[in-house]
Design a protein around this ligand. Structure first.
Ligand code: MN
Length: 373
């Protein structure tokens, strides 16, 4: 029996993780459910999975479980004796738990790319044990098992292109349109990031740290069918690719069952129905965030952190209908231009860069009266 902690249990990754658990009650036991707040969904999950521990940010009175909360609750989680921690927390809220778990050498499967990007420089030696859940990184993780590290010549991440990659004018796009992802069922933040192609930019940085591969060897391609999730090219010219129907339960299941494979219940790929698989070069003029993200990644230091925070805040403003879709890259770029922070040396530095970026962001928005362009 493998014991699991599910962080972000009520979110998109969390609920799909619990779907996997339900399929394998003989193999898996949930020992901890963690969510930011007490919701109907969480209460139902507690009833169904009967974990020993529940973490809620503000705490709650739940007689049947041990309740952990606040900052010391996070520390307590990172000290629990659990076989695998699944981090499905969205955005920068996932940084602290990721840091504590890695510091304590816990086995971690994570979908939280923001944490890897922000902790990038300071936890470099800790990533080789992480099992990625992000679909492209899960794919690459699987492909990499077909050769030696020094035999890898290129790592290729695919992007669906989101809903707008063929559209000419990106002005005036509504929140509803942007949240309507053609292929993947995901949380709001990552869905908007997919529509701006920022998601692929962040994933390039994530791949750089997770697999310790230089940026020159990482590439992104638009693949509208979302059947091929990632590819690794080896020095002999051979490419190993990972294909499946786009369903997050496959990478989640693999992260849990690794190095074995289990049934997921996901419909098997029908190659005849899939038909043509297309690949296109992403248009970085139309989707400047891809380029901006790659540059921030290559610059390193504090820049990947500033990028991550500025994007999360800009996406939030877009979701609140306070800025236009086309202003998301402009705001992020403005914040990056203004930012001048020294490279982080430790976790405390990372947190202070996050806080200072938030202030910088607010100031820039206020200067322009809430409007950017
Ligand atoms: Mn992804």
């Amino acid at each position: 029996m493998k014991t699991l902690a599910v962080l972000g249990s009520t979110g998109s990754i969390g609920t799909q993780t619990l779907d996997i658990v339900k399929k394998h009650p003989d193999k898996l036991k949930v020992n901890l459910l963690a969510a930011s707040r007490l919701s109907e969904t969480l209460l139902k999950q507690i009833q169904e999975f009967q974990p020993e521990y529940v973490y809620i940010k503000e705490g709650a009175n739940l007689p049947e479980v041990k309740v952990l909360s606040g900052e010391e609750g996070l520390e307590a989680i990172a000290n629990l004796d659990i076989d695998l921690f699944i981090n499905g927390i969205a955005g920068i809220a996932g940084i602290k738990p990721t840091y504590l778990l890695l510091k304590n050498n816990k086995k971690l499967a994570t979908a939280n790319k923001e944490a890897i990007i922000c902790l990038g420089e300071i936890l470099k030696d800790k990533y080789s044990d992480i099992i990625p859940i992000d679909s492209e990184h899960s794919a690459i993780f699987q492909c990499l098992q077909n050769g030696k590290k020094e035999e890898v010549s290129k790592v290729i991440l695919t992007a669906s292109g989101g809903p707008f990659w063929k559209r000419n004018n990106l002005k005036g796009i509504t929140v509803e349109e942007a949240l309507n992802h053609p292929k993947w069922k995901m949380g709001k933040k990552v869905t908007i990031d997919s529509a701006t192609l920022m998601n692929k930019g962040l994933e390039i940085i994530e791949a750089h740290y997770l697999f310790n591969i230089p940026y020159e060897k990482i590439e992104a391609v638009i693949h509208p069918q979302s059947i091929v999730h990632g590819l690794v090219e080896f020095i002999d010219g051979s490419i190993i690719a990972n294909l499946s129907n786009p369903d997050m339960r496959i990478p989640i299941s693999y992260a849990i069952s690794y190095p074995d494979r289990w049934e997921t219940g996901v419909q098997k790929l029908n190659l005849f129905e899939a038909g043509n698989l297309e690949f296109y070069k992403p248009d970085e003029n139309k989707f400047p965030l891809l380029k901006i993200a790659k540059e921030a990644g290559k610059k390193g230091g504090a820049y990947p952190i500033v990028l991550t925070v500025a994007d999360e805040m800009a996406v939030q403003l877009f979701l609140e209908e306070k800025i236009d879709f086309t202003e998301i890259p402009q705001v992020v770029n403005n914040v990056l231009q203004e930012a001048d922070f020294p490279a982080p040396k430790n976790y405390e530095d990372v947190i202070s860069i996050i806080e200072e970026t938030k202030i910088l962001f607010e100031n820039l928005i206020q200067k322009t009266g809430g409007k950017i362009a």
